[in-house]
Design a protein around this ligand. Structure first.
Ligand code: PGA
Length: 252
């Protein structure tokens, strides 16, 4: 059975006291109302990860990092390793977000190294894929996503691939207020699931959680999540406000 996941990607936002408040609010809400079978994940900036893992301990809310080094340890000034994340009980890590690809030139090959190192340290990668607008307009979106998955994920043995979560995030929908239509999301999620079946098997394809990301908000979440192949969301802007985030979680 695949997991339903709603993950909040806070990106580079919030001061310490604001992060503290938001984590507390989310935990309080989940304690009181439950999560309706949804695995709730929050991905704050690095300096707040330990605070988040402390507050969420035993509370049904899990913590993810937004990035990780492709290196094990050593002289890599400014980097954060998978071992460090594991040592503070971080469960997930976003890998290959389009902002990392765009502003930090992270290639599919480089991202495959990050996926490997996460898995080695038992951190679940939330691997992001998705096309830019020109690629969609020229009808290349399926090829782009296929290439991203092939070069960064499909080298994995089945036992490792099974641990990966995929997030389809059309780049033209991220932070723009333009969401993929429900049909566009479902179509790409089916395409991804079929690729997984071709590379592994039907069972693994069925068990892989494929999240949608890109301007998902309390107004459109229900419709997007109603699709049989949309197994949750990776939420940016709307995860920064506790009320919006709960409403998205409650959309399942
Ligand atoms: P958005 O971001 O929800 O603000 O569009 C999603 C993401 O970047 O993961």
């Amino acid at each position: 059975m695949r997991k339903i996941i709603v993950a909040g990607n806070w990106k580079m936002n919030k001061a310490f006291h604001e992060a503290d408040d938001l984590v507390f609010d989310i935990v309080k809400h989940i304690d009181k109302n439950g999560a309706n079978g949804v695995e709730v994940v929050i991905c704050p900036p690095f300096p707040y990860l330990e605070l988040a893992t402390d507050i969420t301990e035993n509370d049904g809310v899990f913590v993810g990092a937004q990035n990780v080094s492709n290196q094990e340890s050593g002289a890599y000034t400014g980097e954060i390793s998978a071992m460090m994340l594991k040592s503070i009980e971080v469960k997930y890590c976003i890998v290959g977000h389009s902002e990392r690809r765009k502003y930090f030139n992270e290639s599919n090959q480089f991202l495959s190294e990050k996926v490997n190192i996460c898995l080695k340290h038992e951190i679940i990668p939330i691997f992001c894929c998705g096309e830019v607008l020109e690629e969609r307009n020229s009808g290349n979106h399926f090829d782009v996503v296929k290439n991203q998955l092939t070069e960064s994920l499909f080298h994995l043995e089945a036992k490792d691939f099974k641990k990966v979560v995929i997030a389809y995030e059309p780049v033209w929908a991220i932070g723009t207020g333009v969401t993929a239509t429900s049909e566009q999301a479902q179509e790409m999620h089916v395409f991804i699931r079929n690729l997984i079946e071709e590379n592994y098997n039907k069972r693994i394809a069925n068990d892989t959680s494929i999240l949608y990301g890109g301007s998902c908000n309390p107004q459109n979440a229900k419709e997007l999540f109603a699709n049989p192949d949309v197994d949750g969301g990776l939420i940016g802007g709307a995860s920064l406000k506790a009320d919006d985030f709960y409403k998205i979680i409650d959309s399942f």
